[in-house]
Structures are given as structure tokens and as C-alpha cells.
Design a protein around this ligand. Structure first.
Ligand code: AP5
Ligand code: MG
Length: 213
């Protein structure tokens, strides 16, 4: 199965992708996570992407398209995968089409901008395994360490309020049009991202199961 999560920064794409990957046994391909890992390891791509990502701007299309092409060739993608954070522009969506890749379902997670801004403040992440928590809506057991590996949780550099505002603006201008792009292919399922993570998960499961082959 090929599943895509579409939605604003902080809508819950990563949270739902993490759950869906476990439930269906397919990998999540998150361009954001791949870029953050490259920055952490100071690779050439990471160094080139750093200033864009940390200021909330999109990394150039040719860079992320290259990342995706390389990643989707790996063996673990042969039974399906989840795309989280790609595509983000019409050019990126067209690149997927040109690769002959058709999604089975595009789950559009919709959350108001006001809710996003308050959510981002409380997000905490594990830099080691990539797990995502929230101080209020999805705390780890002790609130400060990752439940998977005990790492100290941190805040993402691009979660400061000013950067979040820029990311939302870019989302509305460049990424939101993809909803119509995929609606015209008949594959979009809308999930309203509730204040409760479990409710959103239930709606996401229903959306995916409704098209399961
Ligand atoms: P990326 O990492 O993809 O960030 P994003 O799309 O901005 O989305 P986020 O990861 O911030 O949010 P999310 O929807 O995954 O929400 P989450 O589940 O964490 O990209 C980062 C950067 O990399 C970009 O800005 C760009 O520079 C670059 N990049 C990446 N891909 C690119 C591309 N294709 N092209 C160009 N550049 C690219 O949830 C958020 C918080 O809310 C968490 O704390 C979570 O616990 C909580 N939460 C989740 N669901 C709920 C709920 N239902 N109720 C309450 N709280 C909830
Ligand atoms: Mg994410």
C-alpha cells in the first residue's frame, strides 16, 4: 500500500505515520526526518539544507526529489510505504507522477492554524529514534525522556513561534494546493485532526481501511 499524509506543519502527519507504519508493517519516508538526520551528521546535503530547514523554508525541489528517488529504491519499500512531508510543491508531486508512482490514498489531516500554533509549543522529539511527544496531548511516561530509548527529549529548532508562522504561510501558498491535485485523482480522504491524538488515529485508521485492497 502507498499512503501519503498531507497537512500543515504540526497537523499530526508524523504522529499518524508512526502509528500507521507499525499497524501495517510498512516504512515511513519522512523527508523532514531524513534532512534532520543529515544535518545532525553534517553531510553535504545536511549542510546545504540546514539554513532552509531551520528558518522554516522549503529545501529546493531538486534536492528533496533526489532524496526521495534514492530512498524509494531501497528494498524495504517494495511492499509499500508511507510518505510524510513529501510532496510539498506541485513540482514534487509531478516528479512522483513521472516516476510512475500512484498513491492508493492521500490522507489530508486538517487542523486550524490557531490550534497548530499552540500545539507546536508543546512538541518534544527524540533526536535518536525520531519519536514525537507533546507535553500535554501525548506526554512520555516521565515527561522528559523518550519511552523507546530513554533519550532526553528536545524541541525542534523550527518550532519557535516566528518560524512556525512562516512555515504555515509557506504551507498555505505551496502545499495546500496539492489537496486539489490529488482530489482530481480521486484518492483524498479528509481526517479532521481532533484535539485528542487517539480520536485522530481512529479516524485515520478508518480512512485507510476504507480503501484497503
Ligand atoms: P517536516 O519535518 O516534514 O515538518 P512539517 O511538515 O512542517 O510537519 P511537522 O513535522 O512539523 O508536523 P507533523 O504534521 O508531522 O506533526 P506531529 O505529528 O509532529 O519538515 C521540516 C522541514 O524540512 C521543512 O520546513 C523543510 O525545510 C524541510 N522539508 C521537509 N520535506 C520537504 C519537502 N518535501 N520539500 C522541501 N522541504 C522539505 O505533531 C505535532 C505535535 O502535535 C506533536 O507534539 C504531537 O504529539 C501533537 N499532536 C499530534 N496530533 C495531535 C492531536 N490530534 N491532538 C493533539 N496533539 C497532537
Ligand atoms: Mg513531522
Amino acid at each position: 500500500m502507498k499512503i501519503m499524509f498531507l497537512g500543515a506543519p504540526g497537523a499530526g502527519k508524523g504522529t499518524q505515520a508512526e502509528h500507521t507504519a507499525q499497524r501495517l508493517g510498512i516504512p515511513t519516508i519522512s523527508t523532514g526526518a531524513i534532512i534532520r538526520e543529515a544535518i545532525k551528521n553534517s553531510t553535504a546535503m545536511g549542510l546545504a539544507a540546514k539554513s532552509y530547514t531551520e528558518s522554516g523554508k522549503l529545501v529546493p525541489d531538486e534536492v528533496v526529489i533526489g532524496i526521495i528517488k534514492e530512498r524509494l529504491e531501497k528494498d524495504d519499500c517494495k511492499n509499500g510505504y508511507i510518505l510524510d512531508g513529501f510532496p510539498r510543491t506541485v513540482v514534487q508531486a509531478q516528479a512522483l507522477d513521472e516516476m510512475g508512482i500512484e498513491m492508493d490514498v492521500v490522507v489530508s489531516i486538517e487542523v486550524d492554524d490557531d490550534e497548530i500554533i499552540s500545539r507546536m509549543n508543546g512538541r518534544r522529539v527524540c533526536a535518536k529514534c525520531g519519536a514525537t511527544y507533546h507535553t500535554k496531548f501525548k506526554p512520555s511516561s516521565d515527561g522528559i525522556h523518550c519511552d523507546n530509548d530513554g533519550e532526553l527529549l528536545t524541541q525542534r529548532k523550527d518550532d519557535s513561534p516566528e518560524v512556525v508562522a512562516d512555515r504555515l504561510k509557506i504551507y498555505h501558498e505551496q502545499t495546500e494546493p496539492l489537496k486539489d491535485y490529488y482530489a482530481s485523482k480521486g484518492v483524498v480522504k479528509v481526517v479532521y485532526g481532533q484535539k485528542n491524538v487517539d480520536d485522530t488515529t481512529r479516524l485515520t485508521d478508518e480512512a485507510i481501511d476504507s480503501i484497503k485492497k
